[in-house]
Design a protein around this ligand. Structure first.
Ligand SMILES: NC(=O)c1ccc[n+]([C@@H]2O[C@H](COP(=O)([O-])OP(=O)(O)OC[C@H]3O[C@@H](n4cnc5c(N)ncnc54)[C@H](O)[C@@H]3O)[C@@H](O)[C@H]2O)c1
Length: 400
């Protein structure tokens, strides 16, 4: 099958590499010819580096590169079986592009969007045949990140969902299926990792280095929240939070932090500008954490319980299955453990008690306990009962 990729930025280039590595002929188009040249150079460099490092032989690299056609118009998509759009994150532009695409592609061609935050239903609505439209959400960098979220819109046909999922699975990816809701799984469930860390900082309970120390050394995450925000870029991370916050009708659970907004406004974007929460200029001293075990445990548990609550709530609202929520967080963002499994280990009653304590303390809706956790505590249930797996909560969506 020939794969079309629209947009040759970070994601489009990566997706083209993935599809070409899986043996597909790829047609890559960008309306900015310079972006297409940059993508061509970047892909060549990446593949050459793979050869230099002995990870790939020269013939394979050449074959992959040879399968990617950098095309100068979208008519090249006429014989594609799937076109994945990875252009600018703007609904109006995406809708216009999908409407045009439909006039070019064959009637069986699947049209997919790699959008991180827009509704697939609204993109699909731009097409005469919305049942062929689906979300296929890769993570950055696409060739390295194993997880792909598959998002059927309410209009998407079961056949398109099945074909798209099976195809992406053959690309060496792990697919999870998620409802067409803001942030899908990962960008929704991960919000407290940043938000609660920022809240702890703003309250003055601990500094950046101590919170990062607690989350890496005690909770076992690969990177602390502030190190990660600096890595992602405070502008990007802030925008995702704000988008999710707005999309959830200003639910206080997702409210962005002034600290991050100010950092972003000041141009302290993180590694890419040499300064974020940390100073990355040469010779800058790294602040030392306060290695107080009790403080560290309190910080780690407060952030982890908020993540657990978010994961449980995603299950409560049937955003995805129990397995897919845990898989998404371990494979998509390298969490040390699935959050629902973590809840079982810590004890559901303990999770509920912590959420209630925070809620009682602050009297903010932000700390409301998920009804699913509360019900499970009352019924003395766990997400993964020992021995035979018992289904709790959502049972009607699963990995296709
Ligand atoms: N960057 C990430 O971490 C990430 C992760 C997952 C999903 N996404 C999503 O993927 C999409 C692309 O993101 P990105 O980071 O690759 O952006 P990017 O800015 O790196 O690349 C976008 C490319 O699209 C091109 N473009 C814009 N309008 C176009 C049009 N009408 N026709 C053809 N090309 C057009 C631009 O010239 C640019 O080269 C967005 O929807 C984004 O939300 C991004």
């Amino acid at each position: 099958m020939i794969i079309g990729v629209l947009g040759s930025g970070s994601m489009g280039s990566g997706i083209a590499q993935v599809a070409a590595s899986a043996g597909h002929e790829v047609r890559l188009y960008d309306n900015n010819p310079d972006a297409l040249i940059r993508s061509r150079d970047k892909l060549l460099k990446i593949l050459n580096r793979q050869v230099e490092k002995g990870r790939m032989d020269d013939a394979t690299a050449k074959a992959i590169f040879g399968r990617i056609y950098f095309v100068d118009n979208t008519f090249a998509y006429s014989d594609c079986g799937l076109v994945i759009e990875a252009i600018v994150e703007n609904l109006k532009i995406k809708k216009a592009v999908f409407e045009q695409l439909e006039d070019i592609v064959s009637k069986d061609c699947i049209l997919a969007s790699n959008t991180s935050s827009l509704s697939i239903a609204s993109i699909a609505a731009a097409c005469d045949n919305p049942s062929r439209v689906i979300g296929i959400h890769f993570f950055n960098p696409a060739p390295l990140m194993k997880l792909v979220e598959i998002i059927p819109a309410i209009q998407t046909s079961a056949e398109v969902l099945d074909r798209a999922t099976k195809l992406v699975n053959t690309w060496g990816k792990l697919t999870v299926q998620t409802k067409d809701t803001p942030g899908f799984i990962v960008n929704r469930v991960a919000r407290p990792f940043y938000g609660e860390a920022l809240r702890i900082l703003e309250e003055g309970l601990a500094d950046v280095a101590t919170i990062d120390w607690a989350m890496t050394q005690i909770a076992g995450f690969r990177m602390g929240p502030f190190t990660l925000m600096d890595y992602i870029g405070n502008d990007i991370n802030y925008t995702v939070t704000e988008t999710v916050f707005k999309a959830f009708y200003y639910d206080p659970r997702y409210r962005p932090a002034f600290t991050q907004k100010r950092l972003s406004e000041a141009g302290y974007l993180g590694r890419k500008t040499g300064r974020g929460y940390y100073d990355y200029t040469e010779g800058a001293e790294k602040p030392a954490p306060v290695e107080n075990q009790q403080l560290g445990e309190d910080i780690a548990w407060r952030i982890v319980v908020m993540l657990i609550n978010e994961a449980a709530d995603a299950l409560f609202w049937n955003v995805a299955s129990r397995e897919d929520i845990d898989l998404a967080m371990t494979k998509g963002v390298n969490y040390p453990k699935g959050l629902l499994q973590w809840a079982d280990e810590k004890g559901i009653e303990h999770c509920v008690a912590t959420m209630d304590r925070l809620h009682h303390e602050y009297l903010e809706d932000r700390y409301r306990c998920s009804p699913l956790l509360r019900k499970m505590a009352r019924d003395k249930k766990t997400f993964y009962p020992k021995g035979e797996k018992e289904e709790v909560g959502n049972t009607n969506t699963s990995q296709a």
